[in-house]
Design a protein around this ligand. Sequence first.
Ligand SMILES: C[S@@+](CC[C@H](N)C(=O)[O-])C[C@H]1O[C@@H](n2cnc3c(N)ncnc32)[C@H](O)[C@@H]1O
Length: 237
Amino acid sequence: MLTLLQKGFGHRSPYDAPLIHAAANSIWQAGRDARTILEVCCGHGDLLAGLAATFPDASVTGMDQFVGTVKIAAERIQGLANARVKAADVMHLDEWGDDSVDLIVGQATLHHLTHNPYAAIDEFFRVLRPGGKCIFTFEPLSHNHFVNAVRSYRNAKGLLLDESNLYINTLERIALKFTSTEVQCFNLSWSYLLKAFPRSAVLLHLGSALRKMDEVRFKLWPQSLRKAANFNVVFTK
Ligand SMILES: C[S@@+](CC[C@H](N)C(=O)[O-])C[C@H]1O[C@@H](n2cnc3c(N)ncnc32)[C@H](O)[C@@H]1O
């Protein structure tokens, strides 16, 4: 089941395998008994299809603001009777009552809502049932110099559109709302840089050695967590 869910993350860099594994594991734990699952900002629906296939007893809804994107997602979930997708702004979950959703998932989402992340979170919190989880995966952290440099370059070229930078203090403020928060950090500077190079056996070995070093650094110097390039976060209401 975990493998099925991991497939929903699409073809990411092999250096992101630990992040995907951790996210899939958290989603699996949170989704096993879920009846209602919402994927916010579902894009082309790969994860949506993975969620619906992994949790056949749950009703799974994906939402994205773009009609064209939603059309593609609708094709991806064809044949999955428990899945649907709608074109709508996730800042307003009018269809859902208070405390009515068991699990909210967003992949590469939070940094697209940074124009007003607290309003978005208020709305997600409202519909989430007590004990329910809100899981964001594949988010970038702009304390990391390389992430910041790449994003500044893309921003200067006008490629970032609705995205903006995400910092730890935003997560800390959001965490105040929730009963508990778990942040899973990955890819300190050098391991993040490896993603820019073509895959090779040597680099994959180097990547796994750097990951082990990252783990040691995260343990010995928790303050280095903010230098992670990517993170998942699990908020529990
Ligand atoms: C980086 S894409 C991620 C898509 C998908 N989750 C994935 O990982 O492939 C961000 C998505 O957020 C959607 N989005 C941004 N703001 C939104 C909003 N307020 N309501 C609904 N969708 C939104 C965009 O349309 C885009 O599809």
